[in-house]
Design a protein around this ligand. Structure first.
Ligand code: BTN
Length: 246
């Protein structure tokens, strides 16, 4: 079947998320903006996303979901992370999702995502899902904590355009799941199944108090908060409320 996803490549943009957001009214559902180089790539928590021009995938997809309640917005993250994880697994690397929206191999980060949403009342109107996947970069600036790339893991080199098409095919396979409550629950269950550090005692930091604690990550709530069991009690945290100590 022919793909509904339309990919537009740029040699250079500030940020593929910004490019979509600037002209959002002109872009249809399933438009993808990809860039060989970003001059102001954006990461989570206001950080920069640093990616060597031409080496990696940096792209954003616009989704205009129909009838997706804001309280189920996590379904979008589940869909995108599962698609990238599965594409990487197809290349033979044991990728896992690290809550909320990173992809790790071992203790190293190979992919990060920045999801930005617009609302229409109590539904999601649009979502810009920005994805950075490290493919061919082997040297990283020291300020990055624990980066890796597919080339570092396999020793092979990857072409950007075919790889992006593979990721898009994985995304497209999952899109029908967004349309029903059952489908969205299924996405969440698949996301939760083998999350990074799931069911393993590990160190975390409560970012509201600075306290370090040992806990066992059990999964997520329907809203996408992480559930961590500590001293026999299950606690839930939002993205800015807990940190991993790796
Ligand atoms: C993170 O892990 O901090 C999120 C990184 C998200 C990076 C991607 S690259 C494509 C898109 N454009 C951006 O400016 N950011 C996202």
């Amino acid at each position: 079947m022919e793909s509904m996803i339309r990919i537009k490549w740029f040699e250079e943009v500030d940020s593929t998320n910004n490019e979509l957001l600037r002209y959002i009214r002109d872009y249809d559902n399933l438009s993808v903006i990809a860039a060989v180089s970003q001059t102001a790539g954006r990461g989570q928590r206001g950080n920069r996303w640093l990616s060597k021009p031409g080496d990696n995938l940096t792209f954003s997809m616009l989704l205009r979901p129909q009838g997706l309640p804001v309280r189920e917005v996590m379904a979008l993250t589940c869909l995108a992370t599962l698609a990238v994880r599965d594409t990487l697994r197809d290349e033979g690397v044991p990728a896992v999702i690290k809550w909320p929206n990173d992809i790790y191999v071992g203790k190293k980060k190979i992919c990060g995502m920045l999801v930005e949403n617009g609302l229409d009342g109590t539904d999601i109107d649009w979502s810009v899902i920005g994805i950075g996947i490290n493919l061919n970069q082997t040297e990283f600036p020291g300020e990055l904590l624990n980066p890796t790339s597919l080339k570092r893991l396999t020793g092979r080199s990857y072409e950007l355009e075919p790889f992006l098409e593979k990721v898009c095919r994985e995304i497209e396979k999952l899109l029908p799941e967004l349309e029903s409550v059952e489908g969205r629950n299924g996405l969440r269950e698949a996301y939760e199944r083998d999350l990074f550090q799931k069911d393993i005692a590990a160190s975390y930091r409560d970012l509201s108090t600075g306290e370090e604690f040992t806990g066992i990550l059990r999964g997520i709530t329907p809203e996408g908060l992480v559930r961590i069991e500590a001293e026999g009690l299950e606690r839930t945290f939002g993205f800015k409320e807990v940190g991993y100590i790796l």
